[in-house]
Design a protein around this ligand. Structure first.
Ligand code: TA6
Length: 313
């Protein structure tokens, strides 16, 4: 049983506008537009499938945008089983300015959840977790969801025997971590929040923070450190991962691609080093093209060899 189920509570249509320049307060013409199903968990599902994983995607969808998300995923052969809700799934915009190499995101709020929708999602997660090796929860919570929702859903998935991944931020992360997901991927700001507001000043503080989270019962903690890679903790050991240097086209979705690599490798029973290598290659490969949450096989093959992993403790 190696199915990966992804849960995107705030699904989106990701629109990427590639422009020669994007000056604020001026009119900009779009040179290229990409419109695809998005939201973090859907990106995880798409990349996991590209990496050869068996995937099913769930989450909430609403309105004609929700219909677009389901239709496009089905057309692309991405197995999905969403819960339909009232209202309209959101648009997430990403403006790429080629002159500066920057990307600017504008994220809508999305649908407002009712108590009935939340109950329907709990039932869906229970059903899908029973047939999954891993359930990955990704992204922000829609309005109407209590900040404890991820913690509740993680509890349900774990009770069905699935390993759980959580990639979110803010209170949803702080509360979600209390349910001891197997895997989390905080950045440096998020780890500060998880450690009760203590800012890791030195590299050794970061090491202590990762160890502390593992002692709390989280199996694998990866702190992302931007272009310089990441620090991972697993099974009482720490690893420093250095990502290959690249000229990024669009880094949006690289975190989701990292999660996809971890999930696919671990679901296939690969070692932690192999999982970190695939995850880092996938995160880096994502940034090489304009579409968020998309990798090219040849890039992965080339980048895999360039990832450096050092056991440090
Ligand atoms: O990670 C990038 C991205 O997945 C975009 O695809 C966009 O949909 C956004 O993040 C959504 O993030 P959020 O945290 O609001 O769920």
């Amino acid at each position: 049983m190696s199915l990966l189920t992804t849960v995107t509570l705030n699904a989106a249509i990701d629109k990427t506008y590639v422009m020669e320049s994007f000056p604020l307060g001026k009119v900009s013409r779009v040179a290229e537009m990409i419109s695809v199903p998005g939201g973090k968990g859907i990106n995880v599902a798409r990349v996991a499938k590209q990496l050869g994983g068996a995937v099913k995607a769930t989450g909430f969808v609403g309105g004609s945008n929700g219909q677009f998300i389901v239709n496009e995923m089905t057309k692309a052969g991405l197995d999905n089983d969403f819960v339909a809700v009232d209202g309209e799934s959101r648009l997430c915009l990403n403006m790429i300015d080629k002159s500066t190499g920057t990307s600017t995101e504008v994220l809508e709020q999305g649908t407002v959840l009712t108590a009935a929708a939340i109950e329907a999602m709990k039932a869906k997660v229970k059903q899908l977790a029973a047939e999954s090796a891993i359930v990955a929860f990704s992204g922000s919570l829609p309005k109407g969801a209590p900040s404890s929702l991820y913690a509740e859903l993680i509890g349900i998935a774990k009770a069905e025997g699935a390993k759980t991944f959580l990639d979110t931020s803010g209170d949803a992360l702080v509360e979600g971590v209390r349910a001891n997901p197997f895997f989390i991927k905080p950045n440096e700001d998020e780890i500060e929040k998880l450690l009760g507001g203590r800012k890791p000043e030195r590299e050794s503080d970061l090491h202590d923070g990762v160890k502390q989270l593992m002692e709390m019962g989280i199996g694998c903690v990866v702190v992302t450190l931007g272009a310089s890679g990441s620090l991972a903790g697993y099974d009482d050991r720490l690893y420093r991962i250095r990502a290959p240097r690249i000229e990024a086209v669009n880094p949006v979705g690289s975190g989701d691609s990292f999660v996809a690599g971890m999930a696919v490798a671990l679901a296939a029973g690969r070692s932690i080093e192999q999982a970190l290598r695939l995850a880092t290659a996938a995160g880096t490969a994502n940034a090489l093209n304009a579409q968020a949450g998309h990798v090219v096989e040849a890039d992965i093959d080339r980048l895999l060899e360039q990832v450096q992993i050092e056991a440090i403790d």
